[in-house]
Design a protein around this ligand. Structure first.
Ligand SMILES: NC(=O)c1ccc[n+]([C@@H]2O[C@H](COP(=O)([O-])OP(=O)(O)OC[C@H]3O[C@@H](n4cnc5c(N)ncnc54)[C@H](O)[C@@H]3O)[C@@H](O)[C@H]2O)c1
Length: 369
């Protein structure tokens, strides 16, 4: 199965983005709750002066998934997205890929769903106001997920690029949500129940400083996700209870990279499963140091695969050779008479040959053309 960005956009439009965000949140939580069933590793990152390209694999007994994703904060200057991605879901028993999908849109959805899942476990239940610092490609998805899962009804926005804030306000207004532009980070976060930082800059920034903290705040730090790329002052981490996706990866990539190895953190799956405490009081400051973990992409891909299968009428990409004789791979280079016989047999079959045989037949016809 192949899903292009247009295919995924259509799937989301047909269902409504709020429903998709809700269902994806549940899919991710379901998979986080069975954490020990996954074969996990920190992602493999190849760094360059302006960015990073990462591969994110994970598997359980049934499915394998990986995502290719980049992070290039200067891409906007070339009108390219900062983050672009695609991914594969495969069958563990045979290694056969089941789905090749776009994941640029899907990453924005799954990141927002993960943020909302974390906030549902960690933030104060009566949270109503969220500050969003960084109003780029991810920001609408974050706002909508928090509106849907947490009931956030007031958004306070700041970006160094005023045009990005105006874009976010217009997009949220079209979705029936109200947001106000602020003059500074300080103004945006004052009185906020939840702060989301989702900026892109390859630097050790200190966007949130300890003097901005108020009792009970929950911080959802999304943009500090790469060595040398952080958003939160280290004293904010010291003042907070810190929660992570997968500790070995976050120690390298998260805002946590600033802290000594003995600095204590809690993996979120433990809170979701009731093994660890999240927020202990309304005064606690909680910090979700999000970097993006492969299980979230696994959940998103399996969700897309299930939904697209239900819809039927999905695109296919013949990525693997389907052979008449599995041992005769060389036959692809040297078409044999046997191929013509198979084509004839397939065309004259009554009842018609099964779909897999027809795919083989079509490949052979193309080879003999
Ligand atoms: N944790 C995850 O799972 C995850 C997933 C996807 C993206 N991300 C990260 O989220 C960040 C945002 O991604 P995006 O696709 O929205 O990027 P984007 O380039 O579309 O938007 C980033 C915005 O941040 C603004 N910005 C930069 N520095 C700022 C600052 N100091 N103060 C305020 N605003 C500032 C920019 O002007 C821009 O509008 C990136 O760093 C990306 O790597 C993380």
């Amino acid at each position: 199965m192949f899903l292009s960005p247009v295919d995924v956009a259509m799937l989301v439009r047909q269902r409504g983005i709020r429903r998709v965000l809700r269902e994806m949140t549940e899919a991710i939580e379901e998979d986080f709750r069975r954490w020990s069933e996954f074969d996990k590793s920190p992602r493999v990152a190849n760094h360059s002066p302006d960015g990073v390209i990462e591969l994110m694999p994970v598997s359980d007994a049934k499915r394998y998934a990986f995502k290719y994703v980049n992070g290039h904060p200067k891409n906007g200057l070339r009108n390219l997205p900062t983050v672009m991605a695609f991914g594969v879901l495969a069958d563990v028993d045979t290694g056969m890929p089941l789905l090749l999908s776009e994941m640029t849109l899907t990453t924005a959805l799954r990141t927002a769903a993960t943020s909302a899942m974390a906030a549902r476990a960690l933030a104060r239940k009566n949270s109503k106001t969220m500050a969003i610092i960084g109003n780029g490609a991810q920001s609408e998805f974050q706002a909508l997920a928090f509106a849907e899962i947490m009931g956030i009804d007031t958004f306070r926005l700041f970006d160094t690029d005023v045009a990005a804030t105006h874009k976010l306000i217009a997009n949220l207004r079209a979705m029936g949500l109200t947001a106000v532009a602020c003059e500074s980070v300080r103004e945006a976060v004052r009185g906020a129940d939840i702060i989301t930082t989702v900026t892109a800059d390859k630097t050790n920034a200190t966007i949130i400083t300890p003097d901005m903290l108020e009792p009970g705040m929950h911080i959802n730090g999304v943009g500090g996700d790469c060595p040398g790329k952080t958003e939160i002052h280290s004293e904010v981490l010291r003042a907070a209870k810190v929660f992570v996706e997968y500790e070995p990866q976050t120690r390298i990539e998260g805002d946590l990279q600033q802290m000594p190895t003995e600095f204590a953190v809690t993996e979120l799956w433990n809170v979701l499963n009731g093994n660890a405490t999240g927020r202990a009081s309304n005064e606690d400051i909680t910090f979700f140091d999000s970097v993006g973990f492969a299980i979230e992409d696994y959940s998103a891909l399996r969700y897309l695969y299930e939904e697209a299968t239900c819809d039927g009428n999905v695109g296919e990409l013949p990525l693997m050779p389907l052979l008449a004789d599995s041992k005769n791979l060389f036959g692809l280079l040297r078409p044999a008479n046997a191929d013509r016989e198979l084509i004839r047999a397939c065309d004259s079959a009554n009842p018609p040959a099964e779909r897999a045989t027809q795919v083989v037949r079509n490949q052979l016809v193309a080879l003999h053309a």
